[in-house]
Each structure stands twice: as structure tokens, then as C-alpha cells.
Design a binder for this molecule. Structure first.
Ligand code: BG6
Length: 508
């Protein structure tokens, strides 16, 4: 059963650190990039912050013929290379005592028997209490077989007084039908409240701050609607390329990789109504409502754009195009840039386009949500005095340089009444002494605490595919995406798309 408590009835002081209870985390896919760069370091960081219990255990499951020490060495190297917090020997020693390895392939029942024995031993020796989280950091085509084996071996059973949870990483399918099939497989083994789908954007501080900004303040909510907002732009730009990631990315593309999940979640948090509280049911219900009211604007040749990066300059580095990257087929039609215009059919948002865009090898790395406001209905100034006045904007800077910017017009000092745009900035770096935890720290801890609020449920995933499927089908019928030079802001068709709608992309 979920340990989630109703915040309305729960009178504990929420500022007290919430420490996970006794448990073991089993990672499938320990040699993958995600496990090395994010998961194992996040577990160490949690231990370092005192948020894991003394009787915590970490188990690796993989094909290699390894002893516990070999796996511990892998974890140690990952921690040394990627942990956020400083290395402390005593924290590592305590963590290392609970590190085990179970050898097996995903489809071999014997491997799962060994895993079950390892977990039983840990329960007996270390007091992990029969509480097990299975983290599937593996290719999605392996989800069904691993879930099935977890069921057959009894590891997925929910036993009285203990829990068994599964954590899955995106992609949650590649279209609506495959997502439904995947959800059916996962839910036939684990009840929905034991399924934790990771969308790591929801673990970011700045993303959770959307809720604080909107619902803890009186300043913004009155103007957070179509009376004042002209349009919303959600941008996730990356400067990195895709060399070496072809195995995952070729045939997937930017829309499936990040719009289906990260960007639609950002949109949902920006556009949803106020939940009664931040309990999982309440928050998810509001996100589901807004996703179910969202669709891509028509016609798709005018309201969508896609591109593929070609060679160019990334700062002072000369970089190759996608088709020359290792791991990509020479005639790949995979898009590395995607932009779509959405409409949300609710009273609050009718008539306000939401523009979502993402791309690799763009000018620089930046993720932001920008609310662009309508112009003042009347400007009582001489026309020449407001030539440099744009539209007011509220920009939530998700990363890097986390913070919020408000853009508004201000008088230029001098004898004339000239008005020009200025920015007012809030920056996490200067406002708070604390460093933000990594998204994975927060999310792994929430899995162990049984706090599902920050994890998308199956219906959110399915509605997101429902929004995206028509675009993907349309693009599939259109041949090659337009090439754009690396280091620029994407294909020309994306600029034209916005011009047609009388807007312009921000240049963050
Ligand atoms: C992942 C995508 O989900 O997010 C990657 O698969 C992308 O393609 C990454 O690079 C970006 O994450 P972040 O946290 O660095 O913005």
C-alpha cells in the first residue's frame, strides 16, 4: 500500500528531513550511462545528506560474471566521477556494506532466483524489511520480459507490511498504442500505485517552483489567462550532439525523446488549474484535465516544424552533422529539432497558442518557459518613444542559471519620455545559500518514501501520445527533415511557422 499521507490531515512539520525507511534498490542496466552518471551518484548523494537509512542496500543485476566487489567498484567509480556532494569515506564505507550483485540475463529465471536469494539474505542480515524497488534502467523492449520475470519469481508480490515498486524510465512507448500495450504489461504485474515512471524534469527544483510561483502568490494568478497572456513559449535547447546515442535516438527523434514527456509536463504544470492540494491524486487529476484538453493546432504543415542538424560551429569547435555521427544511418530521417503549436481548449486558455520547441546542437543550452503578455491596449506616448518597447514577459528559467525574469517597459533616463524593455531578475544562486539537489536525488527518494506526486501516471502518458501522434504520422509522410547548421537556432521553417502566426521565437 502507498504510504502517502493526506497533507490536509498531516500536521507534521514538513521542513523536517524525510528519511527513507529500510529498503533495497535493485538496478537493472547497471553498466548503462544513466546508471553510472545519474542513478548511482544520486544514491550516494542521498546517503551523504543522511536521507538513506543505515540498513539500505543497493543491488546490481546484470549479465556479467561479477562478484559484489566488482559491482561496488563500478559504483565507487561512478560516485567519484559524478556525485554532486563531496566524497566522504565514512559515508561510502557504510553504503558499500550494503552493495550486492546478482548475475543473470533479463529472460533467465535462474538469475531472478539468485536475485530473490540475495534480497532475502539482505532482509535477514541487514534488515531491509522486504521493501524492494526495481529500477529498470534498460531499453524499453526489455520492460515486458523483466516485468514478467519479476512476477514469475514472486519478486513483484506485494507482501503484507512491505512494498515492491517498479521504476521505469522513458520512452514509455513510441506512440499511443505501444504506450497502452506497455502500460497493460506493467500494470498486469505491478498495481499502478507501485509504478513510478521517471520524468526527471519533474524532479528539478525550478520545475517544482512553477507550483510555488503560481499557487503561493497573489501577484501572477489573476493575469495567468487569455485575458492577458498572448502566447506561451516553452523551449528546451541543447548544444550537445548525438554522437554515440544512435542506438537509442535514431528513429526516435526530438519529439518522442523530450516533447512527449518533459515539455508536455512543463506545459501541463504551466496551464493546469490549482489542485486542492499537492497530493498525487489531486495534482495528477489537474495535469490530466489540461492534457486531455490539448491538441496540436491545424493545419500541420503550418503549425509544426522539424529539422536535422548539419555540420557547423559550436562555439569554437567544428562539429559534424547528424548523418556523420557514429551510430546513425546515412539516410536517417530522424529529427533533432521539433517545434509544435498547441491549443488548449479551456476557458482559461482558449485562443492562446502554446509553442513548444526543442533541439540538439542549438546556439546554447537553455530550458525556459516564457509567458508573453498582450500589448497594453493603448500607449499614450509619442510613437517614436516606444519603438524599443516589446511585449511584457515572465520567463521561468529552468536551467542553467535557474531563476525567473520579468520583462517590462521602463523610462530611459533623460528629458524625453522614451520607454524601453528592461529585465527584473530572481536568481536561485543569489537568493538561496542551499544548492539544488539533482532531480534524480529527489525522485529516487520519493520512490523509497512512496510519494508518487512527481511521477506521471499511465493516463498522462497516454494523453501525451494522443497529442503527439498526429504530428508524428504527418512527419513520417514528409520524407527528410530540413537541415540546419549546428550552433544556430534551428531550421528556417520553425521561424516561418511563428511568423505566420504573427510571433517570433525568443532568442534566450
Ligand atoms: C533526456 C533526453 O530525457 O533529457 C536527452 O533523452 C536529453 O536527449 C536530456 O539530453 C536532457 O536532460 P537535462 O536534465 O540535461 O536537461
Amino acid at each position: 500500500m502507498s504510504e502517502w499521507r493526506n497533507p490536509l490531515r498531516d500536521k507534521r512539520d514538513k521542513r523536517m528531513p524525510h528519511i527513507a525507511g529500510p529498503c533495497a534498490v535493485v538496478i537493472f542496466g547497471v553498466t548503462g550511462d544513466l546508471a553510472r552518471k545519474k542513478l548511482m551518484p544520486a544514491i550516494y548523494d542521498l546517503a551523504n545528506r543522511g536521507l538513506l537509512p543505515a540498513n539500505f542496500a543497493l543491488v546490481g543485476f546484470a549479465r556479467r560474471d561479477w562478484a559484489d566487489e566488482d559491482f561496488a567498484k563500478l559504483v565507487y567509480e561512478a560516485v567519484q566521477a559524478h556525485a554532486r556532494t563531496p566524497f566522504r569515506q565514512e559515508v561510502w564505507d557504510r553504503l558499500a556494506e550494503g552493495i550486492r550483485f546478482a548475475q543473470g540475463t533479463f529472460d533467465d529465471p535462474k538469475g531472478y532466483e539468485r536475485l530473490a536469494e540475495t534480497l532475502q539474505k539482505l532482509d535477514a542480515e541487514r534488515g531491509t524489511g522486504g521493501n524492494h524497488a526495481f529500477y529498470l534502467s534498460i531499453p524499453p523492449n526489455a520492460f515486458p520480459v523483466v516485468c514478467e520475470q519479476l512476477k514469475q519469481s514472486g519478486l513483484a508480490n506485494q507482501r503484507e507490511g512491505s512494498w515492491s515498486r517498479v521504476v521505469i524510465e522513458k520512452p514509455f512507448g513510441h506512440d499511443l498504442q505501444s504506450a497502452r500495450d506497455l502500460n497493460a504489461v506493467v500494470n498486469s504485474v505491478f498495481p499502478e500505485e507501485s509504478v513510478f515512471r521517471i520524468d526527471h524534469y519533474l524532479g528539478k527544483e525550478t520545475v517544482q517552483n512553477i507550483l510555488a510561483l503560481r499557487f503561493a502568490n497573489e501577484l501572477y494568478e489573476p493575469i495567468w489567462n487569455n485575458n492577458y497572456v498572448d502566447s506561451v513559449q516553452i523551449t528546451m535547447a541543447e548544444d550537445i550532439g548525438l554522437g554515440g546515442r544512435g542506438g537509442y535516438y535514431d528513429g526516435v527523434g526530438a519529439a518522442r525523446d523530450v516533447i512527449q514527456n518533459h515539455l508536455l509536463q512543463l506545459m501541463a504544470l504551466t496551464a493546469m488549474e490549482e489542485p486542492v492540494n499537492f497530493g498525487p491524486g489531486e495534482l495528477q487529476a489537474e495535469k490530466i484535465k489540461v492534457l486531455s484538453a490539448t491538441q496540436v493546432m491545424q493545419p500541420l504543415d503550418q503549425t509544426t516544424a522539424r529539422g536535422q542538424y548539419a555540420a557547423g560551429w559550436q562555439g569554437s569547435e567544428k562539429v559534424v552533422g547528424l548523418l556523420e555521427e557514429e551510430g546513425f544511418s546515412k539516410d536517417s530521417t530522424t529529427e533533432t529539432y521539433a517545434a509544435i503549436a498547441l491549443e488548449i481548449d479551456t476557458r482559461r486558455w482558449a485562443g492562446v497558442p502554446f509553442f513548444l520547441r526543442t533541439g540538439k546542437r542549438l546556439g546554447r543550452r537553455v530550458t525556459e518557459i516564457a509567458l508573453i503578455f498582450k500589448r497594453a491596449p493603448h500607449l499614450p506616448f509619442d510613437k517614436t518613444m516606444t519603438e524599443e518597447l516589446g511585449q511584457n514577459a515572465l520567463v521561468i528559467r529552468v536551467q542553467p542559471d535557474e531563476g525567473i525574469t520579468t520583462r517590462f517597459g521602463s523610462k530611459v533616463p533623460g528629458s524625453a519620455m522614451e520607454v524601453r524593455d528592461v529585465n527584473m531578475d530572481f536568481s536561485y544562486g543569489s537568493a538561496f545559500a542551499e544548492d539544488s539537489p539533482e532531480a534524480y536525488e529527489r525522485l529516487i527518494l520519493d520512490v523509497l518514501l512512496g510519494e508518487p506526486s512527481l511521477f506521471p501516471v499511465n493516463r498522462e502518458v497516454e494523453f501525451s501520445w494522443e497529442i503527439l501522434d498526429p504530428v508524428l504520422e504527418y512527419w513520417a509522410s514528409q520524407g527528410k527533415p530540413e537541415a540546419y547548421e549546428s550552433g544556430t537556432w534551428g531550421p528556417q521553417s520553425a521561424d516561418e511557422m511563428l511568423h505566420r502566426m504573427g510571433r517570433e521565437w525568443r532568442r534566450p
